[in-house]
Ligand binder design. Structure first.
Ligand code: ZN
Length: 270
């Protein structure tokens, strides 16, 4: 795997990286300043800091389950009509909307944060094979699935990274677009994640996300309370996510709100 060292950096000190090749043709990125080493194993670059700066929530730990990984894109979850009942959009509709929010046709570099099995990562990569797409997730089983699915499509323009959302191995202002679908409600420190996204998206760049919304109905409020208590999921209020995006340096816009689902965008201020 060729790592895009023009946009990657050490997640601990944000300095540049050099590439060391092993005798067995293995690849390791090495920080040019602190000399920390980040090996690439079976198509996944391990940039996970040790210790991990942000603790995983219960919902994030669920994404480590092989059972969950295998079914994530199936008709029983993201790929099915059941999900549309909750959210008002099919997966394909959400992907199309996200691309519009991101003005994706003009993007050379795209970050897909919390990429999971690579649903959006592949969609961005397939649209432009000359584009660099970075998929980051904290779940190794999800990343293994993502690597297999991208390989089946011969997509060589994706770099999959095992990393932490609060310590991205990306240089300041290095990406045109950052997408983070179905994940903001799982993070234990959303403010820190959005601040990190504000750091890596270049001025004028775009952000998109789908997330759990507290909704307008008694049912959605009950679900927010239940999932909040049981899964430690956070259901956002509209003005809350707008304020968080604003604070992170993005001009926020809400593009979709239905059931328990909201799709938001942001333009990075100069
Ligand atoms: Zn370093």
């Amino acid at each position: 795997m060729d790592l895009p060292t023009n946009i990657l950096c050490c997640p601990m000190c944000l300095e540049g990286l050099s590439i060391a090749k092993g005798a067995d043709d293995s690849t390791t990125a090495v920080c040019t300043v602190c000399e920390r080493r980040y090996p690439v194993t079976e198509g996944i670059a391990n940039f996970l800091p040790n210790p991990i700066p942000s603790p995983k929530g219960r919902g994030q730990r669920l994404m480590e389950s092989e059972w969950r990984v295998k079914r994530y894109e199936s008709k029983w979850w993201r790929g099915g009509t059941l999900f549309k009942r909750y959210t008002g959009v099919t997966l394909d509709e959400e992907i199309a909307l996200v691309k519009r929010i991101d003005a994706a046709e003009a993007a050379d570099t795209v970050l897909d944060l919390a990429c999971g099995p690579g649903i959006y990562t592949r969609a961005f990569a397939q649209d432009s094979l000359g584009r660099t797409v970075i998929g980051v997730d904290v779940s190794e089983p999800m990343l293994r699935r993502a690597v297999d699915k991208a390989a089946a499509l011969d997509l060589a323009n994706i770099t999959f990274i095992h990393g932490d959302a609060c310590a991205l191995p990306l240089q300041d202002g290095s990406v045109d677009v950052a997408n983070c679908c179905e994940a903001l409600h799982l993070f234990t420190d959303v403010q820190a994640v959005l601040a990190e996204l504000g750091r890596v998206v270049k001025p004028g760049g775009r952000f998109s996300a789908s997330l759990a919304w507290v909704g307008r109905t008694p049912w959605s409020h009950i679900k927010a309370i239940f999932d909040g208590r049981f899964w430690r999921m956070h259901f956002f209020r509209r003005e809350e996510i707008e304020a968080l995006l604003d604070e992170a340096g993005f001009e926020p816009t809400v593009h979709h709100a239905h059931g328990i689902w909201m799709i938001v965008g942001g333009v990075r201020r100069s």
